[in-house]
Design a binder for this molecule. Structure first.
Ligand SMILES: Cc1cc2nc3c(=O)[nH]c(=O)nc-3n(C[C@H](O)[C@H](O)[C@H](O)COP(=O)(O)OP(=O)(O)OC[C@H]3O[C@@H](n4cnc5c(N)ncnc54)[C@H](O)[C@@H]3O)c2cc1C
Length: 378
């Protein structure tokens, strides 16, 4: 049986390679960069995805290199508690905050080197007589029984299937960073998100004396400014916010700060054609408000591998995977966008009402919403 071609060596592509190999499939991953790498930021991995990582046999190593998150607190910029949710209740596997590179290495360690082809940028593909032929910018041509586009937000595979289109800007940017910083004892195992007017700040302990943080602010698209000025901008925007936000910004190296516009796409039903399909951000990029983008890619990987093991022609197995994933990923994309709209409210009255609403929201309702994100069984 010829190989399954996976385009993209990010969290989605590598999770897919692991899931397929565990089902006995031959896979080849093609990554455009010359080494497997992730950006210098933390990643929240929620119970829905740690359950899949546990099925891959990787949970002990993930726990070794991360911090378990037991609570999720929402606060006002003055520090007043708005809500306090237990993220461990009733879930088989925990939520964790892990360095992105650590997760990528854990995944990569499971895949033999011969299956990973670096410096190979997919340019196009054709399908005929039951095979897909992928063409790379190096001139290489590879034949496979299926092709999985796990090539991220600006996916080449997606553009070939659906035509070129731009992701949608959602009205705010996000900065991220990691600081060597020890949180107070009561903040251990706790992720905090603090809401102001058109701005938010998140803090998550990442283990080994490190804190992962993120900040958002409403702004016109594409106005990220110069990296040298980002720390000063954050200092200014968050100088009056509760402890330890200003201290964490101060403890972050200037060049360790990342800044991106926040984008997603409208959910679409069609992710594939013939022997080709999409996975992860290539299929359903989502805003980061629920911290679920990579988690969705990990869920996709398991479902896709299970569908490919079913009987029938490969195209119908791929369409089955797409139909199984459309509802779930569309729900998360829409919920995440909604959470962003609420979190980024700017009007003073709306912000006051939002705080009142959060403080009076019955806990069973909050619990129900969170279960719909985390209790999903692949
Ligand atoms: C600010 C922010 C915070 C986030 N926080 C979280 C979080 O806490 N938890 C969470 O679950 N998610 C989070 N996400 C979302 C998460 O980062 C993504 O959903 C996830 O990384 C998608 O993985 P992927 O493998 O689908 O795509 P990518 O990570 O984009 O990987 C795609 C890979 O394909 C390669 N590639 C691209 N084109 C080609 C080509 N033509 N040929 C070969 N290779 C190619 C790229 O080089 C890349 O390595 C966040 C996102 C943002 C923006």
């Amino acid at each position: 049986m010829s190989t399954i071609i996976i385009v993209g060596g990010g969290i989605g592509g590598l999770s897919t390679a692991i899931a397929m190999r565990q089902q006995g499939c031959e896979v080849s991953v093609f990554e455009q960069t010359s080494e497997l790498r992730e950006i210098g930021a933390g990643l929240s991995v929620w119970p829905n995805a740690t359950r899949v990582l546990s099925q891959f046999g990787l949970l002990p190593e993930v726990l070794n290199r991360s911090e378990v998150i037991e609570r999720l607190q929402l606060r006002t910029w003055k520090g007043e508690l708005l809500s306090d949710i237990k993220t461990v209740a009733d879930f088989e596997t925990p939520s964790v905050c892990i360095h992105r590179s650590d997760l990528l290495s854990i995944l990569a360690e499971q895949i033999p080197q011969r299956c990973i082809n670096l410096g190979e940028r997919l340019e196009s593909f054709t399908e005929s007589d039951g095979v897909v032929v992928a063409s790379f910018s190096s001139g290489r041509k590879v034949e496979g029984q299926a092709l999985i586009g796990a090539d991220g937000l600006n996916s080449t595979v997606r553009a070939h299937i659906l035509g070129p289109s731009k992701p949608i800007y959602r009205g705010y940017w996000a900065c991220r960073g990691i600081a060597d910083f020890t949180l107070e004892k009561q903040e251990a195992h706790t992720a905090t998100e603090t809401w102001g007017s058109g701005q938010r700040f998140g803090l998550e302990p990442m283990g080994r004396g490190r804190v992962f943080w993120y900040a958002t602010a409403n702004a016109p698209e594409g106005q990220l400014g110069d990296q040298l000025g980002w720390k000063d901008e954050l200092r200014e925007k968050f100088k009056h916010w509760h402890k330890p936000i200003p201290e964490v910004i101060e403890a972050t190296e200037r060049d360790a700060i990342l800044k991106h516009d926040i984008l997603d796409r409208q959910p679409v039903r069609c992710w594939g054609k013939g022997r080709v399909t999409l996975l992860g951000d290539a299929a359903h990029p989502t805003t980061p408000n629920l911290g679920q983008g990579a988690c969705m890619a990990i869920e996709d990987a398991l479902v896709l591998s299970q569908c490919l093991m079913q009987k029938g022609e490969i195209p119908s197995r791929l369409r089955k995977y797409e139909s199984l994933r459309f509802k779930r990923t569309g729900y998360i994309t829409r919920e995440s966008r909604r959470a962003g709209r609420i979190g980024q409210m700017e009007n003073a009255l709306a912000v006051t009402l939002r705080s009142l609403w959060l403080k009076t929201l019955p806990s069973f309702l909050v619990d129900k919403i969170h279960r719909s994100y985390y209790a999903f069984e692949v």
